[in-house]
Structures are given as C-alpha cells and as structure tokens.
Write a protein that binds this ligand. Sequence first.
Ligand SMILES: [Zn+2]
Length: 95
Amino acid sequence: MAILVIRNAGTNNIIHNIRSTKMTYAITSKYGHTYLGNSSPSKMEVHQVSNEKTNCQLSEILSAGHAVGFSPDTLAQAHQDGYDNCAYCIGGSTR
Ligand SMILES: [Zn+2]
C-alpha cells in the first residue's frame, strides 16, 4: 500500500493519512477526472465523466459538495472505496 498524505490546498487539512484505506478526496470540478464519486451516504455511486448522461446529475453532485475523486483514478479503486457503478454511464451495478 502506498504511503500518501494529501492536504486540502485551501485549508491544509489532512484529507488522508497513512492509516486511511479510503483513497478519495473532495473535488470541485469534473474536469481532469476519469471517475467522479457521489459521496452522499444514500448514493455512494461512481460516474464515468467521459460518458456522462443527463441522469448522472454531475452538476448537482458538485454543487451539493458530494463530489469526490479517486486515487488512483480507476474504477477498481472506486469499488474498493465502496462506490457502486452508476446505472446510466457505467451500468452493471455491483450491489
Ligand atoms: Zn453516471
């Protein structure tokens, strides 16, 4: 397992430390990300940004402050972090 400390650029708060197994971090834009997670406890879905559908509501997820990126930015990592596939842009729910 990689040892990694990620700090929020604005607040300098440590988002992850070496004890963390969750490798997600808050994001404010979908650009530059392959996958975007919805961290809302009732959702916990991962979206593929390049295949975004209207029903994904990525703008709403971002504006609600629930958008997260994955490190590494892979579907496997999203699954490891407890996110399920979006039915619209990825399909094949793993739940
Ligand atoms: Zn989606």
